[in-house]
Design a protein around this ligand. Structure first.
Ligand code: FES
Length: 101
């Protein structure tokens, strides 16, 4: 599903020349494009919940989108506390929800 993907942007251009890669989030494969952050790639595929709050279990996702709040933290290739909003995608990236402080 790519329902939220912007394919033709007046400033950024089109996706035609962007390299497509596949990332996995909680073992589900998703398409991503060169220049995406983890957060933008997952949001483009309709994924809004990146983790659950440790105490209450409420869903968390992109909040500030500039690296300040850490609400978007995920685990990438076994490394905790990776901010999805700041981290560019790479092919074969294995992303898991959660990510402890
Ligand atoms: S959304 Fe705030 S640090 Fe990523």
């Amino acid at each position: 599903m790519n329902s939220m993907r912007v394919t033709d942007h007046p400033i950024l251009g089109t996706l035609e020349n962007k390299k497509q890669v596949t990332i996995t989030f909680d073992d589900v494969p998703y398409p991503a494009f060169e220049g995406d952050t983890i957060a933008s790639a997952l949001l483009a595929s309709g994924v809004r919940t990146l983790r659950h709050q440790e105490d209450k279990g409420t869903p968390r996702g992109i909040y500030c989108n500039i690296g300040h709040c850490f609400e978007c933290r995920v685990r990438v290739n076994g490394k905790n506390t990776v901010r999805a909003c700041l981290t560019p995608v790479e092919g074969d990236m294995r992303i898991e929800s959660g990510g402890e402080l």
